[in-house]
Design a binder for this molecule. Structure first.
Ligand code: SAH
Length: 292
């Protein structure tokens, strides 16, 4: 390790923040911090790379996001700073918190005690998505709390895009006996397996892959916190894998993508049973009718 790393600073409008963080993570950012906000609608992102990155590689990823929003590309300030203890700093910022109505998230390294009226979920997300702090995860869990009781005792729940495993664990804790998680990212399936072991004595099967690996008409409830684009891509496979009468919780959808996802669902003859909004995000609960 050289003892130094590269720091990029970009001011981003709040509504573009998630898309930009996604692009920078794909570029291999080792740490992303939201720091002092120049004004309430803008977030200053400090992005750190242990392996040097070139401006020519960053600009083509960030610029188009601004252009699509009719904004001119941002100024990207690039510099070198001393190495930081990413993990140590991040661990200090991730502390226990109540989640949805039933849960209490406890970082695996914390000694916090779970309040008696809540179910503890012990998580070390590692590099995987799914700390429980994101609105899309929260919306999915709130819908799951309402749906889990309707799942037949022998019914199968699948967590598509399990990340840290948080939703699969929550489903198991809510009493669903057959829960499977999958993710097309091998690191996430490994992290999810470790988190599964932290939370339940029952083995949660996990595989690296997607919904196409599931048998036709086998899934009773699908948890699907992806993005609108991926949901549109895999909808046909979801339709195949779901049992008639089965439900899907779709999350990770931006408010402006609501109509397009609702359109895909209703054109297939499915019914929308719930629709919730949190900030710029929505989740919908849909049911596949019998005879489809
Ligand atoms: N379920 C977690 C994580 C959601 S993030 C939560 O709710 O917090 C979305 C996850 O889906 C990522 O881990 C990503 O690797 C995975 N993913 C994206 N596209 C996928 C696909 N087509 N099939 C399976 N997993 C996918």
């Amino acid at each position: 390790m050289s003892g130094s790393c590269q720091q990029l600073t970009i001011d981003v409008p709040e509504e573009l923040k998630d898309a930009i963080i996604g692009e920078l993570s794909e570029l291999g950012a080792d740490g992303i911090w939201e720091s002092g906000e120049p004004d309430p609608t803008v977030t200053r992102l400090e992005i750190y790379f242990n392996t040097p990155v070139r401006l020519e590689d960053v600009e083509p990823r960030i610029g188009p996001i601004f252009l699509r929003a009719n904004l001119s590309p941002p100024r990207i300030v690039i510099g070198t700073v001393a190495d930081r203890d990413w993990l140590g700093e991040w661990k200090k910022s991730y502390v226990s918190f109540p989640l949805a109505r039933r849960f209490y998230v406890i970082p695996s390294w914390s000694e916090s005690v779970c309040p008696p009226d809540r179910l503890p979920i012990r998580i070390d997300p590692g590099q995987a998505f799914g700390t429980g702090t994101h609105e899309t995860t929260q919306l999915t869990l709130e819908c799951l709390e309402d749906c889990a009781g309707d799942v037949n005792p022998s019914g199968l729940v699948v967590d598509l895009g399990t990340g840290s495993g948080i939703l699969a664990i929550a489903a198991r804790l809510l009493g669903c006996k057959r829960v499977i998680g999958c993710d097309n990212d091998p690191d996430s399936t490994r992290v999810a397996a470790e988190n599964g072991e932290r939370n339940t004595d029952h083995f949660i099967p996990l595989y690296c892959g997607s919904i196409d690996a599931m048998r036709s008409e086998s899934v009773d409830l699908l948890l699907c916190n992806l993005t609108a684009d991926v949901i549109a891509q895999v909808f046909a496979e979801i339709q195949r894998a779901l049992k008639p009468g089965g439900s899907v919780i779709f999350s990770g959808i931006l408010v402006e993508q609501r109509d397009s996802i609702r359109g895909i669902v209703t054109r297939s003859g499915w019914t929308v049973e719930d629709d919730r909004t949190r900030g710029e995000w929505i989740a919908i609960v849909v049911r596949k009718p019998y005879g489809h």
